[in-house]
Ligand binder design. Structure first.
Ligand SMILES: [Zn+2]
Length: 74
């Protein structure tokens, strides 16, 4: 994410810029994966566990799982 801003700067002609915007800027969403935020580190998007209303990213989950009450069975 955010790469499209870099390429936008390199485009000089206006009509090409408009076309680029139309096709490449990510759609704004009000829910879903892109809106998921880790409640500890604030990491957005991929790797955030939303199940059971956890809202931990996978890294913070590994750290805090024991104190929340999760048990490892293997
Ligand atoms: Zn986190």
């Amino acid at each position: 994410m955010g790469d499209y801003k870099k390429t936008m700067k390199t485009i000089k002609s206006k009509s090409k810029l408009l076309r680029f915007k139309k096709n490449n800027i990510p759609k704004k969403r009000d829910h879903g994966l892109s809106q998921a935020v880790c409640r500890i580190c604030g990491k957005k998007g991929m790797g955030v566990i939303q199940k059971y209303n956890l809202n931990y990213c996978r890294r913070c989950f590994r750290e805090y799982a024991k104190s929340i009450g999760f048990k490892k069975y293997n």
